[in-house]
Every structure is written in C-alpha cells, then in structure tokens.
Design a protein around this ligand. Structure first.
Ligand code: GAL
Length: 420
C-alpha cells in the first residue's frame, strides 16, 4: 500500500459517489475549511474575507482549531468521504497531492494560465500545487520554521546576545533561568515539538544532513550518530521548559514571550502574526533570529488552498477565491499580517517589517543556493503517514515515553519504515 492510500483510505471510494456541487449551495459563497483560529491568524484571514466581500462573495467559515492542522485534516477527511466538498481547504504540501491522487481536486489551470502563476510561483511550491500538469491548489504564503522569537526587554535584562550555534543557545537559556524567567516557551503538543525538532536536526547536522534525513528519508542518515546527537540536543532543552508546558497551544506559548513571562519560543513565523496582532515591533519589542546554527538555510512550509472539484454552480466563487489569493496586493497585505512571506517571487517587500524583509531575502537566497528544504513536521518533508510517525516519536521522547536518544533513533527508523 502506498502512503497515500494509507492516509486517505475511503476517500477515493467516496469520490466516485460524490455529486460535485449541491443544489442547495450558494453560488456567491466560498466555503473554506482552515485552522486559523488564533488572533494573528484570524486577522490575516480577514484580509481575504474582505477582498472577496468587495467582489460580492460571501464567506462560509469552517474553522477547526489546532495548530499544524491535524484536527482540521481529520474533519476534512470526513467531509470529503461524505461527498460534502468545501470550496477550498487549507492544506500542507503532501496532503494536497494525496487528495489530488484520490481524484477529488478541481482544476484551476485556466485561471493559473490567465494569471501567469507558472512564472510567479517558485518551483518548490509548484511541486505541491500542480498535480499531473493541473493546478489543484493556490499557495497563499511561505512560512519557515527555523526561527527564534525573543522578548527584547527580557533579552536586555539578562544581557543576552544572539546565539550563533546550539551551545550558545543553551548558554542563553541558562542566563534566563538564572534570572528567574521561563527560558523556553514551549507548547507540549506533538506538532510543536516536531516543528522545533526540524530546526534542531538542521542545526545539529547541517543542510545536507537535513535533506538526506528529513526529505529523502535516507535510512543511513536517520539511524546515524548525527540523528542521535539531534535527540541529545532536544533533551538538553527540556530543563528550560516550565512545568505546565504539556498540551499548551502554540499561540499561548507565543503570548508568554510577548508578555515577557518567557524569553524565547522556537516556532514558525506564524508566531510573528501574534506579535503583530499585539502591536509589537521587531527590534523594539521582540527579536527574530534564525534558529542558532541554521542561518543560510530555510525550512519551509506553505499554506495552500486546496481547490475541490465543486459543481459548476460553485466554480465562479472558487475561481474568485483563487484569483484573489494569488493577486500581488493580497499576497503583500495578507502576509504582512500573517508573519509569512509571499508565495510569488514578484511581490515587493516594501510593506513588510524587518523580520518579513529578512524572511523574503532568506527565501530567495536559499532557493538560489539549494538550501531550501521542506519541513517534515509541517507536511513538506514526506507524505502524511511518515510525518505523523515522526511527530509521534519526537513527542514520546519529549514526554519521557521514550527514554534515551538511542531508543528514539531506533523508534524513528522503525516508525518511518512502517509508514512508508
Ligand atoms: C501551520 C500553518 C500556519 C499556522 C500554524 C499554526 O501548519 O502553516 O499557517 O497557521 O500551523 O496554526
């Protein structure tokens, strides 16, 4: 069995019986499934709702809370299996390809041609938004996960300086601990822990190792001493987390940094959306640094709006949504609020803050240098079954259900082999 059929067993069957488009659906309405329920995320989504409202399209919201989208993807699977297709759903990388392979995605190729998406959207994204030559998804943004988000006044108070490698990071966390501040704001949910571990693997092993282990799933790399060292490094961070970290939502961890209750969060740049929503400014209230030892590489994910094969009566709304999503003005306005960077390479960085400008420049440089890699935790390293196996092992290690780095490595290899 392939990865795809493992995750989507049942969906392909339902595709055969699904009537595409319901007679009851509102033609001038977009139904969108997503997991953007935090303050920053909701503010960003509002930009899109407003753009569509200007064109006379209503918005039927299907929010499913839970960062990283695990719960949303369970809800989507049930909807699609019942033949109840949303106009579009937020999706990450390999999930788009799964649904495309199941035969339930629509075809936006005409719109893409008219709007020149082929030229504007980088190849790293087209790999996931185009299936068998057809555009099946509209990329909204590019996020990257290898960032630190630091409270500036706490940093000043402890006289910290930017950590350039993993050891310096641990030293900085230690300084915060001695000053009585929670050093590391972590949300103890598997997707957050794995998102942080993506950065640790890159920092520990370097760009080539990251690619081999986390994108190529090369077994020798997965079971190497370098991977063991990455787990050792993850273990070194555990003493710097507060006692209440288990189960905490990511945006609450960000709020700890915003308020100065904690020094730093390791998180994708959707965290910046929370700082923006709280009216905080980079350089003044907070600092954004690349995760120590990962400068020069970008571990990315991109939110895509997967477009379902809706009936003719809903197609105009879907085309309006896709067109709005990839318009240059929306790509700037939305991503300024979201914390991400544009999914088009021809959007000026004028309206972005210092972190956004750095994000845009880093993405361009990494793309040119070949150091742009898919995030395994965020659906761009490998198909969902493998990503889920990875998240499971990382979280068990963080929560002491797997005791040693050696065991973690052995479990990782076993779980990924089972998932393949
Ligand atoms: C990611 C998604 C981001 C952000 C984050 C937290 O998977 O790509 O847009 O929303 O989850 O919810």
């Amino acid at each position: 069995m392939t990865y795809r059929s493992k995750i989507l067993a049942g969906v392909a069957l339902a595709a055969g019986v699904a009537f595409s488009g319901s007679a009851f659906a509102q033609t001038k309405e977009v139904q969108m499934l997503h997991w953007w329920t935090s303050g920053g995320e909701a503010a960003a989504l509002n930009v899109l709702k407003q753009d569509l409202a200007k064109e006379g399209y209503g918005w039927k919201d299907v929010p499913v809370a839970g960062g990283g989208g695990d719960a949303a993807m369970t809800a989507l699977k049930a909807m699609v299996a019942a033949g109840n297709y949303p106009t579009a759903s937020q999706m990450l990388g390999y999930t788009v390809l799964d649904y495309a392979a199941a035969g339930v995605m629509g075809d936006l190729t005409d719109t893409a041609k008219k709007e020149g998406w082929d030229k504007a959207v980088p190849a790293a994204l087209q790999k996931f938004s185009v299936y068998n030559g057809k555009w099946v998804a509209a990329p909204v943004n590019v996020h990257s996960v290898n960032w630190l988000w630091i409270n500036k006044s706490v940093m000043d108070k402890i006289e910290g300086k930017q950590p350039k490698n993993f050891d310096e990071f641990v030293t900085l966390l230690d300084q915060a601990k001695k000053a009585g501040v929670i050093p590391l704001a972590l949300g103890g949910q598997s997707w957050q822990e794995a998102t942080m571990f993506d950065s640790i693997v890159l920092s520990t092993g370097g760009p080539e190792f990251y690619k081999k282990a986390m994108n190529d799933l090369d077994e020798a790399s997965l079971k190497s001493p370098t991977m063991k060292k990455a787990f050792d490094n993850l273990a070194r961070l555990k003493p710097y987390v507060d006692a209440n970290f288990s189960g905490r939502d990511w945006n609450l961890a960000t709020a700890m940094v915003i308020k100065g209750d904690a020094l730093v969060q390791v998180m994708g740049d959707w965290a910046k959306g929370e700082f923006v929503a709280a009216k905080k400014e980079p350089g003044k209230d907070f600092l954004c640094y690349r995760f120590p030892g990962t400068e020069g590489s970008v571990v990315y994910n991109s939110d895509m709006f997967g477009m379902f094969n809706v009936g003719a009566d809903r197609k105009a709304a879907q085309v309006a949504l896709a067109t709005a999503t990839l318009s240059k003005s929306f790509q700037s306005a939305f991503n300024v609020v979201k914390g991400s960077v544009p999914a088009r390479t021809d959007v000026p960085d004028t309206d972005f803050d210092a972190c956004g400008k750095k994000g845009i420049a880093d993405l361009k440089a990494a793309n040119e240098k070949g150091t742009l890699f898919g995030s395994l935790a965020q659906g761009y390293g490998a198909p969902p079954a493998v990503a889920n196996a990875y998240k499971d092992v990382v979280t068990k290690f963080v929560h002491d259900q797997i005791k040693t780095s050696d065991q973690a490595v052995a479990e990782l290899v076993r779980a990924i082999n089972d998932a393949k």
